[in-house]
Design a protein. Structure first.
Length: 101
């Protein structure tokens, strides 16, 4: 199969906890909707379609940027075969990779 478009769904850090630096990670909050990423792995046309779809469906969303390849399936999708137009939608998660009680 040779897909033309791929959308990765993953989690991302909510930055409203003391272990995450908002200056580095951006301002991502729980309850404000999924995060749509822009960056080198993301195709601008796919990102715009995700934004249009969220707006048309009245779905809240947050924007974030990554200045490098993301450590998500978006990177693998984008570089597969001859290249696939890729988008990334992430769900904010507080205390990811942290032990909590």
């Amino acid at each position: 199969m040779n897909p033309h478009v791929g959308i990765a769904i993953d989690v991302t850090h909510a930055t409203d906890c003391p272990t995450i630096d908002k200056k580095q990670e951006g301002d991502v909050s729980l309850g404000q909707g999924p995060v749509i990423y822009r960056g080198p792995n993301m195709n601008p046309a796919v990102v715009e379609k995700l934004l249009e779809t969220a707006t048309a469906g009245e779905v809240s969303y947050q924007l974030a940027a990554s200045g490098r390849a993301t450590p998500t399936d978006a990177n693998t999708i984008q570089t597969s075969r001859g290249g696939v137009a890729t988008g990334l939608v992430s769900i904010p998660n507080r205390y990811m990779h942290s032990p909590s009680k």
